[in-house]
Design a protein around this ligand. Structure first.
Ligand SMILES: Nc1ncnc2c1ncn2[C@@H]1O[C@H](COP(=O)(O)OP(=O)(O)OP(=O)(O)O)[C@@H](O)[C@H]1O
Length: 363
């Protein structure tokens, strides 16, 4: 088991800051998911931790041991970690057992065989030891790749989009497998994905990256319910952000002006310009005027409901909001939306209240 600590970690490729001053602390035995849009720097951060890239600046410690920093660079093979890639990277001419034994050369024959059997048992593939990779399904190949990493008993396993080549159904069962194996092995897992539902369902700790920086590191429910930045609010859970004015704040609840009306919403913004972060589940169609007046500009049928896209009225630069309805509503209709939840964040430069914030409405 190894914890991970990076300080001011940076790597540029030409004009691109792929990783930009990242301070990260992942406690040992954590299942950590690194989440973010394509090109935000997830793989580069993983490769820096693995030792496949050298940082331009900053430091990395694994299990308390410095592995990269000024004048110091520990080679990947000496970092006591395993890697699992989306391409599996198995040797096609070797059997499953041969692939799993690959990193165990320093062990004696019987010890090696025992370690291979143990690793294959932990991923449920002991009966497949004599097969070759082309005789396995994609999910089974990925489990062989994981068994190969587990066999060397590393303190840390780095998984780079390991489910990207699998179909949706198999991804779900592999996620459950990863959780079980992580729990059983007690190894620290770092799991890179751009799929937020994957990250939130599998990890104990989630890091959201954007443009080379970490926007938030928190347990999945906090990332979802208390986004630290507008980017996290928009990226996770189909969220959107409305520009509002925070009028006053007390006990972690903020009164915001929504066009001509005011509403009280949980949050951390002091008085001034703020963002109201909303998810579809934070809104419902009001019987009367509700909290927000909005005009229906789109309608689709999804998951058994009609989903209305509605543009708030009286709020400058607002994006359309989505709300579910049992009945279809004609385009152009003025509707009222009631707030069931939400989260208020200060806009850049505005005051943030420090008081501990309560759970949002409906949490
Ligand atoms: N070897 C390289 N040479 C030049 N630029 C690179 C290199 N590797 C990555 N980059 C750039 O660095 C940035 C971060 O890339 P990275 O692969 O880390 O992103 P990512 O979040 O893993 O993306 P994805 O989800 O699409 O895999 C991107 O702008 C990318 O184009």
């Amino acid at each position: 088991m190894a914890d991970i600590k990076t300080e001011k970690l940076s790597l540029r490729f030409g004009g691109t800051a792929a990783v930009d001053g990242v301070d990260l602390a992942v406690p040992e035995a954590t299942f950590f998911a690194l989440l973010g849009p394509s090109g935000c720097g997830k793989t580069t951060l993983l490769r820096l931790i693995a030792g496949l890239e050298r940082p331009d600046g900053g430091t990395i410690r694994l299990g308390g041991r410095p592995v990269a920093g000024a004048g110091l660079f520990v080679e990947p093979g000496e970092r006591c970690l395993g890697m699992v890639f989306q391409s599996y990277a198995l040797w096609p001419h070797m059997t499953v057992a041969g692939n799993v034994a690959f990193g165990l050369n320093r062990l004696s024959g019987p010890d090696r065989a025992r370690r291979v059997a143990e690793a294959l048992r932990s991923v449920g593939l002991e009966e497949f030891a004599r097969r070759r990779p082309h005789e396995l399904s994609g999910g089974q190949r990925q489990r062989v790749a994981l068994a190969r990493s587990l066999a060397v008993r590393p303190g840390l396993i780095l998984l780079d989009e390991p489910l990207a080549n699998l179909d949706a159904h198999l991804r779900q069962s592999m996620l459950a497998e990863f959780r079980r194996i992580h729990h059983q092995s007690g190894t620290t897992f770092v799991f890179v994905t751009h799929d937020q539902s994957e990250a939130l369902s599998v990890a104990g700790l989630v890091g959201v990256m954007n443009r080379g920086r970490l926007e938030q590191v928190a347990p999945p429910d906090q990332v979802f319910r208390r986004p630290a930045t507008p980017m996290v609010a928009r990226f996770v859970g189909q969220g959107c952000t409305l520009p509002v004015e925070a009028l006053s704040t007390s006990d972690g609840r903020v009164i915001v002006r929504l066009g001509p009306r005011n509403a009280e919403v949980p949050g951390v913004a002091g008085p001034g310009p703020a963002w109201l972060c909303l998810r579809p589940r934070d809104l419902r169609l009001a019987e009367g005027a509700g909290d927000i007046a909005a005009r229906v500009i789109g309608l689709r049928f999804e998951g058994g409901d009609h989903v209305l896209s509605a543009l708030p009225e009286g709020i400058d630069a607002a994006d359309p909001l989505e709300v579910r309805s049992e009945m279809p509503v004609a385009l152009g209709t003025l509707i009222g939306l009631s707030l069931k939840g939400g989260w208020v964040l200060p806009r850049e430069g505005a005051a943030r209240t420090v008081a501990a914030a309560p759970q949002p409405v409906g949490a």
